[in-house]
Design a protein around this ligand. Structure first.
Ligand SMILES: O=C(O)C1=C[C@@H](OP(=O)(O)O)[C@@H](O)[C@H](O)C1
Ligand SMILES: C=C(OP(=O)(O)O)C(=O)O
Length: 425
C-alpha cells in the first residue's frame, strides 16, 4: 500500500461495528436461549473467527452480510467441536471462549496464528485453574495451542494483576457455570461490554468500583443487539481530521462508552477541535456523531486509569502526538508489548524512520512533537492497528510511505483504505 501527502480531508464516514461488542454478541447469543439478532456486526476476520468457533460447536449462525442471526442453544447446548478450534489472530476470541470451554462437558483444543501463539495466556490459565479448570498450554510456554478439559467450576474472587477486559470477561463467563459467586477486581476499570451485555441477556451481574461480580442464572435470553461503530476504528479518522490541513471529518454513530472513550479525553486535553452531535445515551452502549477539524495541538501526559480506556488507540495517538507542540508522555502502557505486535517498539522504530522525535520507555513512549515526517517503508508486522496508524501518518508526510502487509486491516476494519480514499481531498 502506497500513501502520499494530501492537502485536506473532508467528509462524513460511518465506520464498521465495534469489534469487542461483535465478539460478545456471538458468544452470548450462542449460550442464550432463543434467537439473538445482531445489527451492525463487524465483518472482520477476528469476529468471523469467533463465529466459526461457535458454529463448530453446533450453533447455527446465519449472516446475510447485514444481520447476524444466532440460534442460541442455552447455557448447556454447546456440543464437542469436531477437531481443533481456530481463533486466528484474535486474543479476544482466545481468552473469552476459554472461560466458556473450561466449564463444558467436553475437551477442546485451541489454535491460532503465529501472533496468537506468542501472546500470554497464563493470565487466564491462573484464574481458571483457581476455579477448578483443567487448562494447559500444549507447548508448556503459557501460550496457545491451549488444551481445555471441561470441569465443574467453583466461584472465586480474583484480584487480577492487569486491567484487562479479556481476563475479566473470561473469568465472568466461567463464573456463569460455577457454583456460587465469582468476582474479578482489577487495578483500573477496563471496558465493560461483557457486564452490559450480560445484564441485557438476563444475567445476574453487579459492578462496584473496579470489581465485577456474577452469579449463575438458569438461563440467558437471546436479544436484539445494535452494535455501535467502533471507537478504535474511528480513532484513525479522528487523528486524520485533526492533523491534516484544511480538514473537517464527521464520524457517524461512534460508540462512546465511558470505559472506551480515553482518546476523546486526550483530544480534549491536547486542544483538539471536536464536537459531538446526535448523542444517544441512557441505556446500553451510548453513541454519538463526532466531528473533528484541523487543530493546533499541544502535548499531554497519558497515564494511569485512562490507559485501559484507550489501549488500542495508542498507536494512533502516537501519530497525533507527532503533530502536537511539546512533549507527549505515555506511561503505564506496558500491555502494548503483548498485543498483535510489540506496539511500543514497532511504533517507536517506524515513527523514527519517518523522522519523528520519539523514544521508547519501559511502559510507553515519549514523543516530542513538531518534527516534519517523511515517507518510509513501514512493516506493519501484520498488526492492523500499526497499518492503519501509518496510513494516517503517510497522508501527512513528504514523499512516499509504503506499508507492507497492509491487508491485515481486515482483522478489524475491512474497507479501511476505501473509506479513507472516499474522503474528499
Ligand atoms: O475485551 C476486549 O474486547 C478487548 C480488550 C483489550 O484487551 P486486553 O483485555 O488484553 O487489555 C483490547 O486490547 C482488545 O482489543 C479487545
Ligand atoms: C489487541 C487487539 O485485539 P485482540 O486482543 O482481540 O487480538 C486489538 O484489536 O488491538
Amino acid at each position: 500500500m502506497k500513501i502520499n501527502r494530501v492537502k485536506s480531508l473532508n467528509g462524513e464516514i460511518t465506520i464498521p461495528g465495534d469489534k469487542s461488542i461483535s465478539h460478545r454478541s456471538i458468544m452470548f447469543g450462542s449460550i442464550a436461549d432463543g434467537i439473538t439478532e445482531v445489527h451492525g456486526f463487524l465483518n472482520g476476520a477476528d469476529c468471523i473467527s469467533s463465529m466459526n468457533c461457535f458454529r463448530q460447536m453446533g450453533i447455527d449462525i446465519d449472516y446475510d452480510g447485514c444481520v447476524v442471526t444466532v440460534h442460541g442453544k442455552g447455557l448447556h447446548g454447546l456440543s464437542k467441536p469436531e477437531g481443533t478450534l481456530d481463533v486466528g489472530n484474535s486474543g479476544t476470541t482466545t481468552r473469552l471462549i476459554s472461560g466458556i470451554l473450561a466449564a463444558q462437558p467436553f475437551a477442546s483444543r485451541l489454535i491460532g496464528d503465529a501472533s496468537i501463539c506468542k501472546r500470554p495466556m497464563k493470565r487466564i490459565m491462573t484464574p481458571l485453574s483457581m476455579m477448578g479448570a483443567d487448562i494447559t498450554s500444549e507447548l508448556g510456554n503459557d501460550c496457545a495451542p491451549l488444551l481445555i478439559n471441561g470441569k465443574e467450576l467453583h466461584g472465586i474472587h480474583y484480584n487480577s494483576p492487569v486491567a484487562s477486559a479479556q481476563v475479566k470477561s473470561c473469568v465472568l463467563l466461567a463464573g456463569l457455570y460455577a457454583d456460587g459467586e465469582t468476582s474479578v477486581t482489577e487495578p483500573y476499570v477496563s471496558r465493560n461490554h461483557t457486564e452490559l451485555m450480560l445484564e441485557s441477556f438476563g444475567g445476574n451481574i453487579k459492578t462496584e468500583g473496579t470489581t465485577a461480580t456474577v452469579k449463575p442464572v438458569d438461563k440467558l435470553v437471546g436479544q436484539k443487539i445494535l452494535v455501535p461503530g467502533d471507537i478504535s476504528s474511528a480513532a484513525y479518522f479522528l487523528v486524520a481530521g485533526l492533523i491534516t490541513p484544511n480538514s473537517c471529518i464527521t464520524i457517524k454513530n461512534v460508540g462512546i462508552n465511558p470505559t472506551r472513550d480515553g482518546i476523546l479525553e486526550v483530544i480534549k486535553a491536547m486542544g483538539g477541535d471536536m464536537e459531538y452531535s446526535n448523542v444517544v445515551s441512557g441505556c446500553g452502549e451510548p453513541t454519538a456523531d463526532i466531528t473533528v477539524r484541523t487543530s493546533s495541538l499541544k502535548g499531554c501526559v497519558i497515564e494511569g486509569s485512562i490507559i485501559p480506556k484507550l489501549i488500542d488507540e495508542i498507536p494512533a495517538i502516537a501519530v497525533l502526538a507527532c503533530f502536537a507542540d511539546g512533549e507527549t508522555i505515555i506511561r503505564d502502557a506496558q500491555e502494548l508489548k503483548v498485543k498483535e505486535s510489540n506496539r511500543i517498539d514497532v511504533m517507536v522504530n517506524a515513527l523514527s524512520s519517518m523522522g519523528a522525535d520519539i523514544t521508547a520507555t519501559d511502559d510507553g513512549m515519549i514523543i516530542r512533537g513538531g518534527k516534519p515526517l517523511h515517507g518510509a517503508v513501514i512493516d506493519s508486522h501484520l498488526d492492523h492497528r500499526i497499518a492503519m496508524s501509518f496510513a494516517i501518518a503517510g497522508l501527512n508526510a513528504d514523499g512516499d510511505t509504503e506499508i507492507t502487509g497492509a491487508e491485515c486491516v481486515n482483522i478489524s476494519y475491512p474497507g479501511f483504505y476505501d473509506d479513507l480514499g472516499g474522503l474528499e481531498r
